[in-house]
Design a protein around this ligand. Structure first.
Ligand code: HEM
Length: 416
């Protein structure tokens, strides 16, 4: 293994760059290392990181190619999950692993995705629009112009948690638990010490128990919410309680801090590009395109990971069966081969939709339309009120290579 690792390093033009280091994200310094990788080593073997060894894939084209080959590059949870955190040298035997379809290969993935996907179709999402608009308007109307507040807490978290509570018909007054559980679910830095891991496990167990109770309650009293729809669908007959709960967790974790961090990315990003903000304020018809551009620029999930199922040299360097592969969406979305001046926000960028923030292929985000609905609605409701979000202090960022976002963002609203 050690010799193989050395050979792989030699195949690369430059020394391995460990882009998993939390400080790169805490200090917003990840752009240059990825630029180096795209230029000199689009697929690079990293023999050592706090998350173990892995292949780093950093260009748009190669991520597309790998995602199109799910048989060769598996997502199966039994090989350690879909982030780099699992299978590291700090993995504990009692780590909670819930089977969920993001971490499955066909045919299981196909069947389970089919159960959930219809609830996120165009007409289903269109039916959510009015409620989303009203809720978003209420949140904005509760804020005072000219006063400093934390955008993450008051807007990003409030809106995304509210949306999930509505989707599941979850008790409204307990909706903040969804945020807390989701934060633990997505925090891969907690894999680093046994103490943190045990806290994370306790929280995930609490979440599992709450969802088991919800499941029982909806079996007895089905409604029109997503949980009831899933229970009543044909594919559910083949799903165990454990799998069902795993998929509920997937929807909460998948839908929560991703959309949240795009909302925060909007506020922070446009404050960095005031001319683009002015363009958007003058041309609200650009909102749908601007939303794609902000999703590209923010890329709220930096990576997903896969497992190599057969030895292959189809990408140049020799990948071995059992190697782990990180697909760095955060880098693909700044790939200068695809996006002109990629570090800038351009609200009218022609190819903004080519971003890979939702992934690609059979696992492409199921909830993309719900995320877009929430983001478009937020921007439209701000525009309707002629509200501008001004960043008035340093943001606090999530120090991690998976969830890419903000813990705190001090802002003030003004009218234009
Ligand atoms: C899958 C990103 C919002 C539910 C994914 C994947 C990514 C992603 C990168 C994996 C793709 C792959 O492996 O190729 C995002 C982003 C969002 C967002 C950036 C917001 C801007 C949501 C929402 C929900 C959701 C709102 C649900 C309420 C899911 C589910 C999967 C998924 C269930 C698994 C799909 C599968 O494996 O077939 N998402 N997501 N996501 N997402 Fe999202």
């Amino acid at each position: 293994m050690a010799t193989a690792a050395v050979d792989r390093v030699k195949e690369s033009e430059i020394d391995p760059i460990d882009v998993t280091r939390a400080e790169l994200y805490a200090e917003d310094r990840w752009q240059e290392p990825f630029r180096q990788l795209r230029q000199h080593a689009p697929i690079q073997w990293v023999p050592e990181s706090k998350f173990g060894a892995f292949w780093s894939v950093s260009t748009h084209k190669q991520i597309l190619q790998i995602e199109a080959l799910p048989k060769l590059f598996s997502s199966d949870w039994r090989y350690g999950g879909i982030t780099l955190a699992a299978e590291s040298d700090v993995l504990l035997p009692d780590e909670i692993r819930q089977p969920m379809f993001i971490a499955m290969d066909p045919p299981e993935h196909t069947a389970q995705r089919r159960t959930v996907a219809p609830s996120f179709g165009p007409s289903e999402v269109a039916a959510m629009k009015e409620e989303c608009r009203q809720r978003t308007g209420e949140v904005l109307d509760s804020l005072s112009v000219g006063e400093t507040f934390d955008w993450v807490e008051k807007v990003s978290i409030e809106l995304t948690t509210g949306q999930l509570a509505k989707l599941f018909d979850y008790p409204w007054e307990e909706r903040h638990k969804l945020t807390e559980w989701s934060d633990y679910g997505g925090d891969i830095e907690m894999f680093r010490t046994p103490g943190m891991m045990s806290t994370r496990n306790d929280k995930l167990q609490e979440m599992g128990m709450a969802f088991a109770a919800l499941w029982q309650q909806r079996i007895a009293n089905p409604g029109k919410d997503l949980v009831s729809v899933m229970i009543q669908s044909d594919a559910m007959n083949h799903m165990s309680e454990e799998e069902f709960i795993g998929n509920l967790i997937l929807l909460i974790v998948g839908g929560n801090d991703t959309t949240r961090n795009t909302m925060s990315g909007y506020a922070f990003g446009l404050s960095q590009f005031p001319e683009e903000r002015a363009k958007l304020e003058a041309n609200p018809e650009l909102i749908p395109n601007a939303v794609q551009e902000i999703i590209r620029w923010q890329t709220p999930l930096s990576h997903m990971r896969r497992m190599v199922m057969e030895d292959t040299d189809m990408f140049g360097p020799q990948m071995k069966k059992g190697d782990r592969v990180a697909l760095w969406y955060i880098s693909a979305n700044r790939d200068e081969e695809v996006f002109d001046d990629p570090d800038s926000i351009q609200v009218d960028r022609e190819n903004a939709r080519r971003h890979l923030a939702f992934g690609y292929g059979i696992h492409r985000c199921v909830g993309a339309r719900v995320a877009e609905l929430q983001l478009i609605t937020l921007l439209e409701e701000l525009a309707k009120r002629r509200l501008r979000v001004n960043v008035v202090g340093e943001p606090e960022r999530v120090p991690a290579c998976f969830v890419h976002g903000f813990k705190k963002l001090p802002v003030e609203l003004s009218r234009y």
